[in-house]
Design a protein around this ligand. Structure first.
Ligand SMILES: [Zn+2]
Length: 241
């Protein structure tokens, strides 16, 4: 795992030749739209790479830039500027969708640190498929017992249904499991926010060791969270029957 480095380049305005910061969208001197240079979403918005983010300020910035990049404004500009306005509008929408959402933002910033969460879960299910077991990611160790019991309750519900009846006892257990897993989802949200703070303050202090430790905890937490989300889905499906 690597720690995210901040980019630091300069941009020379194509129109007036003055020097701007690399993440500048419009020249500070002449105001002309600058070329689209592939950049991460934080850089694109001119934000530091941090998990905590002022989404209200981000939203304002999004609407401001949407207006300023709008292709209609460049209908009579050069072909280059027309292309940049299209490219920037498209990246702006992707960046906004990703950064506004706490989980998408977390996965994205972890991705910038070289961590791919989807791959992890895909690999886990591939391994399970190869060994012939159910296509489920690896059970977090502290959930083994709960998952074992849940599977029995789900099976009881299935058998009752197959016999054309409902099983009130199994239904009660599943309702309780639903409450339990929903509460765990809430807790994991709070735990994640604590890890954001830990990582962000470490990033401000250039403390890579603490950042990496927080990253590892986030990965565990997100894997556990997606596991619980799947369990919740199974329980809700069984309750609906
Ligand atoms: Zn300029």
């Amino acid at each position: 795992m690597t720690v995210v480095a901040e980019p630091s380049k300069k941009l020379i305005c194509w129109s007036c030749g003055s020097e701007n910061d690399a993440d500048t969208q419009f020249c500070a001197n002449c105001g002309k739209l600058q070329p689209y240079i592939p950049a991460d979403y934080f850089t694109f918005f001119g934000l530091p790479r941090r998990f905590q983010l002022d989404t209200a300020a981000l939203e304002k910035q999004f609407y401001r830039l949407s207006r300023k990049f709008h292709p209609d404004l460049y209908a009579r500009a050069s072909a280059d500027e027309q292309r940049w306005s299209l490219e920037k509008s498209s990246v702006l929408n992707d960046a906004w969708r990703t950064l506004r959402d706490p989980l998408a933002r977390t996965e994205y910033l972890l991705g910038l640190a070289g961590i791919r969460l989807e791959e992890q879960s895909r690999n886990a299910s591939d391994r399970a498929a190869e060994s012939g077991t159910a296509k489920q990611p690896v059970v977090p160790p502290d959930l083994l017992e709960e998952v074992f019991e849940l599977n029995m309750q789900l099976e009881e519900m299935r058998m009752a249904r197959a016999g054309g009846a409902d099983d009130p006892e199994a239904r009660g257990s599943l309702e309780a499991a639903k409450q339990n897993f929903s509460a765990q989802m809430e807790t994991s949200q709070q735990d994640l926010q604590r890890l954001w703070i830990e990582w962000d303050s470490a990033a401000n202090a250039n403390d890579e060791e603490t950042q990496q430790a927080a990253q590892r905890k986030m990965v565990d937490l997100l894997n556990r969270r997606s596991y619980i989300r799947n369990l919740l889905r199974d329980v809700e499906a069984a309750l609906k029957g």
